[in-house]
Design a protein around this ligand. Structure first.
Ligand SMILES: Nc1ncnc2c1ncn2[C@@H]1O[C@H](COP(=O)(O)OP(=O)(O)OP(=O)(O)O)[C@@H](O)[C@H]1O
Ligand SMILES: O=P(O)(O)OC[C@H]1O[C@](O)(CO)[C@@H](O)[C@@H]1O
Ligand SMILES: [Mg+2]
Length: 507
C-alpha cells in the first residue's frame, strides 16, 4: 500500500505529495492529479493532507496559497462582548470533520473536511472588505435569511460596512446596478419568501463576472445557489486565482430538491416538506370525502425524490409515492393500476404523491419527447402529474368497471415560494456565519455545510461532481415502502442495477 506525505501545513498552505492511490480515493485523475469535473479537467488541484491511521483531510484553498506574504491580523471577534466570553470560541487550526462516522474497529480514519468557524487570525481588515452577495437558480425557502445573516454577520461580528447585493443572479454582475445591503435594509427580509436580490438561470459569463468583481473592488463574493451555481462559483474562483486577486469566494449550497452531495441536507428542504403536508392533507380530505376518491399531489424533485419521500413519510396518509429514482410501470401485474384498484377496494380512497421527475421515461414513450432545456441547460420536464392523472382516468373509465374521482393538486411552486420555517432559519444563520468566518480567515473556493452535524468547509469539486439521490436499496426507502405498502415496482435486475449505482456513489 502506497503512503502519502504532506510536506508542510501552516496557515492553510499545504504542499503535498499525493500518491496515485490517494488520488483515486479522492476522485483525482491518477495521471495528472487534477480534479475531474463532469468530464472536464480543470486546474483545481485539491489540497490533501494525510495523517495517521488513514486520516485524509481534503482541505479548501486559502488565498495565501497563491498570494505570498499575505498579511493577517488578530480576529476582532475576540474584542466583541457577545463572543469574547465563549470558551474556545476560535476553531483550532487542526479541527476537522469526518465524512463518514460509521466505522469499523479496523477501518482507516478516512476522509475529513476542515471544520467551519472563526479563526484566531483574519486576512482582511474590516474597513478593507467590500463584499457582495448573489442568489442564482430556483427559489428556495430561507434565501432571504441567508442574505440577512451574511450582511448582519459581516456587520456585527467583523464591523464590515460595505456589502453589495448583485441583482438577478450571475448575469446581474455585468448587466445591472448593485444595491447596498445594510442590517437595516435586510432587517425583516427573513419573513418573506423568494430572494430580495432576484435570481436567474443562465447568463454565467466568467470573464465578465470577474472583470466586474475587479472593477467594483469586491474582495469577498458570497454565492448562494444549487449545483449549477456552485459549478459557476468554482470557475469564478479559478479565474480569480488565475488572476492572483485577493478575493475570497464562498458558496452557500441552496437546493429545495436536497440534491447536493456531502452535506447533511440543504436549507429550505424542511420547510418544503412541511409545506407539502398541507396539500397532502387536502388531497386526503378530498379523497376520503367521495367514493373511490384519489388525491394526487405533485411535488418538486427534478432528479432527486427527497421532498416526495420525506413528505410521504411525515404524512402517513400517502398510499403511493413515486420518485425519479424508482422506475414504475402502469399496466399488468404489480403495476400502478392494479395497486390503485386494490387500494380503492380495501379503503375506498387513496393518496398518491409524485415527484416532478418521476416516470419521465414513461412520458417520453407515450408523448412526443422534447429535448428542451432551460437557460442553464437543465432538461425541461413534461408535466407528469397531468399525464398520470389522465392515464389513471382513462384506465378506470375504459378498462375497469370502477368509477373513480381523481383530484390533482400541483404543489410545485407553492412549496418553495414561502419563507423558511424556524429550523431552516436557524440553519441558514449557521451557514451564513460559517461562510463569513471562512472568507474573513482567508479561505476561498469552498462551500459551507453540515457534514454529520458539524459545519465544514468543502472544496467546490466535492459538491458538484455528482448529485445526491434517494438510494432505493437503502433503509429509508424501505421504511417508505413499508409505510405506504405500495409495490416496489422493482425486478431483481433493477435491484442489482440500483445496488451497482449505490456502490458507485459510495466509492
Ligand atoms: N457548469 C457551469 N458552469 C458555469 N456556470 C454554471 C454551470 N452550470 C450552471 N451555471 C450557472 O449557475 C446558475 C444557476 O444554475 P441552475 O439554473 O442550474 O440552478 P442551480 O444553481 O442548480 O439551482 P437549482 O437547480 O436548485 O434551481 C446559472 O446562472 C447558470 O448559468
Ligand atoms: O424555477 P424553474 O426554472 O421553473 O425550475 C423549477 C425547478 O427548480 C427546482 O425547484 C430546483 O430549484 C426543481 O425542483 C424544479 O424542477
Ligand atoms: Mg440544480
Amino acid at each position: 500500500m502506497e503512503s502519502t506525505m504532506s510536506n508542510s501545513v501552516s496557515n492553510g498552505v499545504v504542499a503535498e505529495i499525493i500518491t496515485s492511490d490517494v488520488k483515486k480515493k479522492v476522485g483525482l485523475n491518477p495521471r495528472n492529479g487534477f480534479v475531474s469535473m463532469g468530464g472536464l479537467l480543470n486546474n483545481l488541484k485539491p489540497k490533501i493532507v494525510s495523517g495517521d491511521f488513514g486520516y485524509i483531510l481534503e482541505d479548501v484553498p486559502h488565498m495565501s496559497d497563491y498570494i505570498h506574504h499575505l498579511p493577517s491580523s488578530t480576529n476582532p471577534l475576540q474584542y466583541n462582548p457577545a463572543y469574547s466570553v465563549v470558551k474556545q470560541y476560535f476553531v483550532d487550526h487542526d479541527d476537522s470533520v469526518a465524512e463518514k462516522i460509521v466505522v469499523h474497529k479496523n477501518s482507516s480514519r478516512g476522509m475529513h473536511f476542515r471544520r467551519a468557524g472563526p479563526r484566531q487570525r483574519v486576512y482582511f481588515k474590516s474597513d478593507e472588505v467590500r463584499a457582495c452577495i448573489v442568489t442564482c437558480g430556483g427559489l428556495c425557502p430561507g434565501l432571504n435569511t441567508v442574505i440577512r445573516e451574511i450582511v448582519c454577520g459581516l456587520h456585527h461580528m467583523y464591523d464590515v460596512k460595505a456589502v453589495l447585493g448583485i441583482v438577478g443572479g450571475y448575469r446581474g454582475f455585468y448587466s445591472k446596478n448593485t444595491i447596498s445591503l445594510t442590517p437595516k435594509v435586510v432587517n425583516d427580509i427573513h419573513k418573506r419568501g423568494g430572494t430580495i436580490l432576484g435570481t436567474s438561470r443562465g447568463g454565467h459569463d466568467t470573464k465578465k463576472i470577474v472583470d466586474n468583481i475587479e472593477d467594483r473592488g469586491i474582495n469577498q463574493v458570497y454565492i448562494i445557489g444549487g449545483d449549477g451555481t456552485q459549478k459557476g462559483a468554482a470557475v469564478i474562483f479559478e479565474e480569480i486565482r488565475r488572476r492572483g486577486l485577493k478575493v475570497a469566494v464562498a458558496g452557500i449550497p441552496k437546493t429545495i430538491d436536497n440534491d447536493i452531495p456531502v452535506i447533511d441536507k440543504s436549507f429550505g428542504f424542511d420547510t418544503a416538506v412541511e409545506e407539502a403536508q398541507r396539500a397532502i392533507n387536502a388531497a386526503h380530505v378530498e379523497a376520503t370525502s367521495i367514493e373511490n376518491g384519489i388525491g394526487l399531489v405533485k411535488l418538486m424533485g427534478r432528479n432527486s425524490g427527497f421532498i416526495a419521500m420525506y413528505a410521504t413519510l411525515a404524512s402517513r396518509d400517502v398510499d403511493c409515492c413515486l420518485i425519479p429514482e424508482s422506475p414504475f410501470y402502469l399496466e399488468g401485474p404489480g403495476g400502478l393500476f392494479e395497486y390503485i384498484e386494490k387500494r380503492l377496494k380495501e379503503n375506498g380512497h387513496m393518496v398518491i404523491v409524485i415527484a416532478e421527475g418521476a416516470g419521465q421515461e414513461l412520458l417520453s414513450e407515450s408523448l412526443h419527447s422534447t429535448d428542451q432545456q432551460d437557460a442553464s441547460g437543465n432538461k425541461l420536464l413534461q408535466d407528469v402529474g397531468l399525464w398520470i392523472s389522465q392515464r389513471i382516468k382513462d384506465h378506470f373509465s375504459k378498462r375497469s368497471k370502477m368509477a373513480i374521482n381523481l383530484k390533482y393538486i400541483d404543489l410545485m411552486y407553492m412549496i418553495r415560494a414561502v419563507p423558511g420555517n424556524a429550523s431552516d432559519n436557524v440553519y441558514c444563520t449557521l451557514l451564513a456565519q460559517s461562510a463569513v468566518h471562512g472568507a474573513m480567515a482567508g479561505y476561498t473556493g469552498f462551500t459551507v455545510g453540515p457534514v454529520n452535524g458539524r459545519h465544514a468547509y468543502i472544496p467546490f469539486h466535492r459538491i458538484i461532481e455528482k448529485q445526491h439521490k434517494v438510494v432505493i436499496t437503502d433503509r429509508m426507502w424501505a421504511r417508505l415502502l413499508s409505510s405506504t405498502n405500495q409495490p416496489s415496482f422493482l425486478s431483481t435486475k433493477d435491484v442489482i442495477e440500483a445496488g451497482k449505482t449505490e456502490n458507485l456513489l459510495n466509492c
